[in-house]
Write a protein that binds this ligand. Structure first.
Ligand SMILES: *Cc1c(COP(=O)(O)O)cnc(C)c1O
Length: 353
């Protein structure tokens, strides 16, 4: 008998690489290429260091209040955490305690099965169709809960909110989590449905559309009851998840709606330009509503393109996985970065012929 028999053994999630070298075009983890709102820099420059001596507000009232106002819900319906990963992990722990399996797509954010394994939650993956779309029927059977990323990652495909609503309607005896990490890039949000369904939890993040991946801020909106249970679990785990600097920086970000609209609009415009270029170069891709494009070349294997890009200091994401092995996930950078990448690809494809 060894102590190792009593270890909770898990196969951890593997995040995209964060290269030390600054001279790379980094399109592998869906960060925003623009800086955070100017107000964020301003509050950090004038940060009162005495704040660090004390514990932060465990209720994170300031940040929850601005989010409640921005998303037009009562403050009791907002939960915040250390990135949406923290919010999602807490939601899995709180809401998925059935013997029945939770359901999520076969191709989706690869943290869902990791949390399920960590918490020993049974799960069953539902195959997306050949267009990487969700089949509603797959989610209309007995289950212990549902989690859907909408728009989905890494495919970029968005399901209509009407379909998500039908799934929620058919599953009112379990909690349905909709992960909206990418909704700000042209997707339609399920937040308005929270009023109608007390079993719906919508999760969003500051990491992509608010350019604050390094700050680690995520949040969830749900019924008062749902958020209450989430708080009970959180306060049984760690009362002070949100540190003082991320709270003030988060507030400053939400307060600048115009900047948020400006940078998400720029990313969308660059994405649409990139789609045209990729099509011209012989790529096919889903109709992404996110800040990345999931693309496959008609004749050159994804692995080969990935290696060539990497050798030239261009980082994108590739998975050696069933169904998606011939795809690259390319985050949307600045216009200048995307121009350089398209030029590189054009030369690479032409030389290879
Ligand atoms: C990026 C991402 C997250 C996590 O983001 P955080 O940085 O933890 O807020 C969650 N879900 C999906 C689908 C993502 O792509």
């Amino acid at each position: 008998m060894s102590w190792e028999n009593n270890v909770r053994k898990v196969v951890p999630y593997v995040a995209g690489e964060q290269p030390k070298n600054k001279n790379v075009i980094k399109l592998n983890t869906n960060e925003c290429p623009y800086p955070p709102a100017p107000g964020v820099e301003a509050v950090l420059n004038h940060f009162d260091y005495d704040v660090l001596r004390k514990y932060p507000d465990p209720d994170v009232a300031d940040l929850r209040t601005v989010l409640a106002k921005r998303y037009k819900v009562p403050v009791e319906q907002v939960f915040v955490g250390v990135g949406s990963d923290d919010v999602l992990a807490m939601a899995f722990l709180t809401f998925f305690n059935s013997e029945k399996p939770i359901l999520f797509p076969d191709i989706t954010y690869s943290f869902y099965d990791v949390w399920a394994d960590l918490y020993r939650i049974p799960y069953e993956c539902q195959a997306l169709d050949e267009k990487f779309e969700i089949k509603k029927e797959d989610y209309c059977k007995e289950n212990g809960g549902i989690v859907i990323a909408n728009p989905n990652a890494p495919t970029g495909v968005a399901a209509p909110v009407s379909m998500i609503e039908e799934i929620i309607k058919a599953n009112q005896d379990v909690v349905v989590i909709v992960d909206e990490a990418y909704v700000d890039f042209g997707g339609e949000s399920c937040v308005p449905l929270v009023e109608k369904y007390d079993n719906l939890l919508v999760v969003q993040t500051f990491s992509k559309s608010r350019s604050m991946a390094g700050m680690r801020i995520g949040f969830a909106i749900g019924s008062k009851k749902l958020i209450g249970f989430l708080n009970d679990a959180k306060f049984s785990f760690n009362s002070y998840t949100m540190n003082a600097t991320s709270i003030i920086a988060g507030v400053a970000s939400v307060e600048d709606e115009a900047y948020f609209q400006e940078i998400t609009g720029k990313v969308i415009a660059t994405r649409e330009w990139t789609k045209q270029e990729l099509a011209r170069l012989g790529f096919t891709f889903t109709d992404s509503k996110t800040n990345f494009i999931f693309a496959s070349h008609k004749s050159i294997p994804a692995q080969e393109i990935f290696d060539a890009l990497r050798e030239n200091q261009i980082f994108v994401r590739h998975w050696n996985k069933e169904r998606i092995g011939n795809y690259l996930r390319i985050s949307i950078g600045t216009d200048e970065e995307m121009k350089q990448v398209m030029e590189f690809l054009e030369n690479f494809i032409n030389e290879r012929k």
